[in-house]
Design a protein around this ligand. Structure first.
Ligand SMILES: [Zn+2]
Length: 339
């Protein structure tokens, strides 16, 4: 076994990013970047001390159980991490993947449109606006917030800059990207109209797949994911905001099966990255050779039955790779008549 020191990325390796000498463990590579260590929990603001759990590239808070990415990336590091490869205008994935994304967004919009009170929908971290567009097609006003994209329904703003009354505020795999996620939820709760819903999907950092794949788990995604949430931490926060949790799902949040397939493929010799292999060439972090790409895709097909079985187990155990919740703002209680 090579010791930790011999695994360090030397300067000449950095210049050959994408070649075989590139560090194949993204979490480990990020943990060695030159940025200041994280000093407090991004979820509950507790200052870290020796009682917290120091993991590769993140620190798990002893009070709330949420892990915060460490070192804490600078704005420049985050911008670089979100550079064009992450979400190019031509779409992230080859044809089929983008179609699946559009269809799942459309199904989500359908379901929410049926249960929501009248009023506009706010999608925080809206990407290219696919979900917002799905609401607009159903005749409901919708706005997406997204700093890294533009589009007909997109505004480049933070949620803290938004006011008004909204029938739903959706954080679809976006909460974990925010520097102050708890503050964002707190503000979102104040913007909901009576009967409005807060809808959240985030990776479940205490899921079975997170535990099985450890530092190579797909949804760690350092440094873009700044917090790594657990279901109890998320649910207690939402309830503390005075919302009633109506639905919790460990399947609906998407990416559960893919997390397993990606993890199984990454366990093979050479640690092929399935995520890079299925993305369009302009959307890849590194460019795998055609042979490596074929290797990763073939392995993915072989891994699929095992991934489906593992998904069934973790969803049944309420330990799925994502958490999805819908929480409702109750109408204000009627004032008792003044006598
Ligand atoms: Zn904490």
């Amino acid at each position: 076994m090579p010791n930790a020191k011999s695994l360090a990325i030397r300067p000449e390796d950095r210049r050959h990013k994408g070649r075989s000498r590139r560090e194949s463990n993204n979490t480990l590579a990020y943990s060695r970047t030159n940025a200041r260590a994280t000093v407090q929990c991004a979820w509950c603001d507790r200052r870290f001390d020796s009682t917290d759990e120091y993991l590769t590239g993140r620190v798990r808070c002893a009070r709330c159980g949420v892990a915060t990415t460490s070192p804490w990336p600078s704005d420049e590091q985050l911008s670089a991490a979100y550079a064009d490869w992450y979400r190019p205008e031509s779409g992230r994935f080859s044809g089929l993947g983008d179609k699946v994304l559009r269809r799942t967004r459309s199904a989500l919009a359908n379901r929410l449109h049926r249960i929501l009170p009248p009023g506009p929908v706010l999608d925080v971290g809206a990407g290219d606006g696919t979900l917002a567009g799905a609401f607009v097609r159903r005749g409901r006003e919708a706005v997406g917030l997204e700093p890294y994209a533009s589009g007909p329904h997109i505004r480049n703003a933070e949620i803290e800059e938004v006011d008004g009354n909204w029938s739903a505020i959706i954080f679809w795999h976006s909460l974990e990207h925010l520097r102050q996620p708890a503050r964002a939820l707190g503000h979102a709760a104040t913007l909901l109209s009576p009967g409005g819903r807060l809808v959240i999907a985030v990776p479940n950092a205490t899921s079975l797949q997170a535990r099985v794949f450890g530092d190579r788990w797909l949804a760690l995604d350092l440094p873009r994911h700044l917090v790594h949430l657990s279901p109890p931490a998320l649910l207690s926060k939402v309830e503390a905001l005075g919302l009633r949790v109506e639905r919790v799902s460990y399947m609906r949040g998407g990416q559960v099966v893919f997390g397993w397939v990606h993890g199984f493929v990454g366990k093979l010799p050479g640690h092929p990255d399935l995520y890079d292999a299925i993305r369009r060439s302009e959307a890849r972090q590194a460019t795998p050779s055609p042979v490596l790409r074929l290797y990763a895709l073939t392995a993915a097909v072989a891994a699929l039955p095992f991934a489906l079985a593992a998904t069934a187990v973790e969803v049944a155990a309420r330990s799925g790779g994502t958490i999805y919740i819908e929480a409702r703002r109750e109408p204000a209680p009627e004032k008792s008549p003044v006598i």
